[in-house]
Design a protein around this ligand. Structure first.
Ligand SMILES: [Zn+2]
Length: 393
């Protein structure tokens, strides 16, 4: 029986090199090429590798689509799929990964590391390379590296189940503890608020202006004070909301007549999420009606949005859940099932009829400049990925 041990030097090297490649959402070509070339150099038949052109169907025209590797099985059994997203948040661009004791961090204090989700990308890559070089037996396999996860799970949304070979068991890596099995996740909504005021000279005739910035400020403070911004808990129901981007104004001597805000809300409970969105709309409309110029003209608000992904919950006896638990126990650890408050590619994969569990790969403090990769957890994730890919322990 060939070894299922992880080549730790190679696994760490892959993660370090992947995290150093800039690749925010829509700009994943360099990282996709790295994965592709590393696989081909490792002996993968290039005809098994392809790009699905999902970037032609996403709202943002990106550089490349989802990268897919499909291997015929040498063992009988249902097709398995492993996935991990290629893109990072923009904060990771410029990351300089360095080893510090048990962790990898970015030497550049201005950036995050990019362990989210290059650690997952590396764990898959390591599994594929190991299978090829040791000729490990395995069931039919699909490796999926989706694009544009961080801006709304667009790569996974635009994936074609048929192109993936209709996998039956699916495992996604994105998160912290490798023994944590995410069996459900929240649903998310994103929107834009456009506030239109009236421009006027801020020194000569401010009373004729209607400040869009004042409207935005009143609305956000109403939401914040009312408990509708951030963690939202009302009568035992729970959700989140965030005003993440605000842009507007051009000069100090002009009353700002235009502000746009980008906002989001999430909840496992679709009705409660709608209630949060309704509160946002009411707060902005109320604020717009409050801010008037001397002629009685008030501002105007337009709020538009869409559901990015619906909440999902896997069945308790879903085969991918049971298989992930079996492997983690076989490696001497105790799995825990959790529900995520963030959206995952698994939301869309599950919606496409591919029930998908998500496992951690050692990420710490994602989307922060203090982001790190826990090396022991990452290496355990590499081991779990190799076992799940081969079905062996
Ligand atoms: Zn991620």
């Amino acid at each position: 029986m060939p070894s299922l041990e992880v080549n730790t030097d190679r696994a760490i090297d892959l993660a370090m090199r992947l995290m150093a490649i800039p690749g925010k959402s829509g700009q994943e070509l360099a990282v996709s090429n790295f994965v592709r070339h590393t696989l081909i150099d490792g002996g993968i038949d290039p005809s098994f590798l392809f790009d699905d052109n999902a970037h032609h169907r996403t709202p943002l025209a990106g550089e490349c689509g989802n990268l897919i590797l499909k291997l015929p099985g040498s063992l009988a059994g249902p097709r398995r799929m492993l996935s991990a997203h290629l893109d990072t948040v923009p904060l990771c661009v410029g990351s300089q990964p360095v080893l510090r004791e048990e962790r990898i961090e970015s030497a550049n204090p201005q950036t995050a590391l990019g362990a989210d989700d290059r650690a997952g990308v590396a764990a898959l890559l390591n599994a594929a390379l190991t299978i090829i070089e040791r000729k490990l037996p395995h069931p039919p396999l699909t490796f999926l590296w989706p694009v544009q996860e961080e801006i709304g799970l667009h790569g996974a949304r635009c994936v074609d189940k048929q192109l993936l070979g209709e996998p039956v068991l699916a495992f996604n890596w994105d998160g912290g503890a490798p023994t944590k099995i995410t069996v459900g996740a929240t649903g998310g909504w994103r929107g834009e608020v456009t506030i239109t005021g009236v421009a006027s000279h801020a020194g000569g005739a401010p009373e004729f202006g209607v400040s869009a910035i004042a409207i935005a400020a009143i609305a956000v403070s109403t939401l914040q004070r009312g408990g509708w911004h951030g963690l939202v808990e009302k009568n035992g129901r729970r959700g989140t909301s965030n005003v993440g981007v605000i842009q507007g104004g051009q000069a100090t001597n002009v009353v700002a007549d235009h502000v746009t805000l980008r906002v989001e809300s999430r909840s496992h409970d679709p009705l409660f999420r709608q209630q949060i969105i309704d509160q946002f709309r009411a707060a902005f409309e109320q604020a717009a009606s409050e801010v008037k110029n001397v002629q009685g003209v008030s501002g105007h608000v337009c709020m538009e949005g869409r559901i990015d992904y619906e909440a999902f919950r896997l069945r308790d006896d879903e085969p991918c859940v049971l298989e992930a638990e079996r492997i983690i126990r076989a490696l001497g650890f105790e799995p825990t099932r959790v529900i995520s408050n963030g959206g995952l590619d698994a939301n869309w994969l599950s919606a496409h009829g591919i029930p998908t569990v998500t496992l951690g790969c050692g990420q710490l403090r994602q989307h922060m400049t203090t982001e790190a990769l826990d090396i022991n957890d990452y290496l355990l994730a590499c081991r779990v990925a190799l076992c799940l890919a081969t079905s062996l322990t």
